[in-house]
Structures are given as C-alpha cells and as structure tokens.
Design a protein around this ligand. Structure first.
Ligand SMILES: [Zn+2]
Length: 174
C-alpha cells in the first residue's frame, strides 16, 4: 500500500506508536524532512495498512502531525511536558468526537506508555541513524544488532556512502 504521494507504506517499528512516528522522515534536530501524511486520507490508508480500523481520527492532518511530533519527543526523551501535552490532546479529541470507539491518539499513547513503562523494552528502542530518516523501532534481534530501519533503504545507502568514501580516500592517497 502507498501514500497519496506514491511512497510505499513501510511498517518497521514493531509498535503502533513507533510506526506512527515513522509516517515522516526526520532530521537530526527533529524537523520533518519528508511528510507522508498530507491529508486524513493518507492517515486512513496508513491505518488500513497497519490493520487498525474503526478508530476515531483527529480532526485534521495538522492536528495529527502536531500530535505525532509530541509523541516522538516523548518516546525519545520521556519528556514530562510533552507527556502532559499528549494527555491534553487526547482529551481535546475525545471531547470533540464524543467517542464510542477508541481514538487513534489514545491507542498511540497507550502504546507509547507501554514502551516507556518497561525498561527492557525502552532499552531496545532505537532511532535509525540514516541521513534524514529518524525512524524508530524496537530492536528485537537477539544481540541488539539492528542498526537501520531497513537495510534496503538506509542500510544500503550508508554502505554505498562508505564505499565511495573509501574510493575517495584511496584516490587522495595515490
Ligand atoms: Zn532509516
């Protein structure tokens, strides 16, 4: 499945909260460099790909993106102000929707809390070091050896960069 901009939807985080964060690519200072959720339709397609249906969505794509930024900040730092803001946002959406079904934000926050409430789980959360990637995932490999979100994107790009660097160095030497 793909977003409306034709980017394939990739679910690599292993947890709802992490995969939601990965609906954008992030710079090192946590700015969005590539946005995948241009509209609520994109979010709808994403939810379908994730296998979640019948959840209450935020009112606008902007509201979702603000929530997602807080969610990422919280997951990366366990920052208390962000935690409080997250809870407020859930409240705002709930009041809006008069909810009889779970909200996406509520589920995402439960997912995020269950990660940070478990030190072993939190210790396995990693952020991909790829250039302008910033995707997050739980490293579930035996020896914590996973580095990249995906080998076929960031892993290979880094390998190619190292390769060219090596060639450049060899040329400089000779
Ligand atoms: Zn990556």
């Amino acid at each position: 499945m793909s977003y409306s901009n034709d980017h394939p939807i990739r679910l690599i985080g292993g947890r709802l909260a992490l995969d939601l964060v990965n609906t954008a690519d992030w710079s090192e200072d946590s700015e969005v460099v590539h946005e995948k959720i241009e509209s609520l339709e994109d979010l709808g397609v994403w939810l379908q790909a994730f296998g979640l249906s019948d959840v209450a969505l935020p009112a606008t794509a902007e509201a979702f993106r603000a929530f997602r930024a807080d969610l990422r900040q919280f997951l990366r730092s366990e920052d208390r102000p962000h935690l409080l803001r997250l809870q407020r946002e859930v409240g705002a959406w709930t009041a809006n929707g008069g909810i009889a079904r779970p909200s996406l934000s509520g589920l995402a926050i439960m997912s995020a809390f269950s990660i940070v409430a478990d030190p072993r789980e939190l210790g396995r959360v990693k952020t991909c070091p790829g250039d302008n990637c910033g995707w997050m995932f739980v490293d579930e490999t035996k020896n914590s050896r996973r580095t990249w979100c995906l080998m076929e994107t960031c892993g290979n790009r880094a390998k190619a960069a190292r390769h060219y660097q090596k060639i450049r160095e060899e040329r400089n030497i000779s």
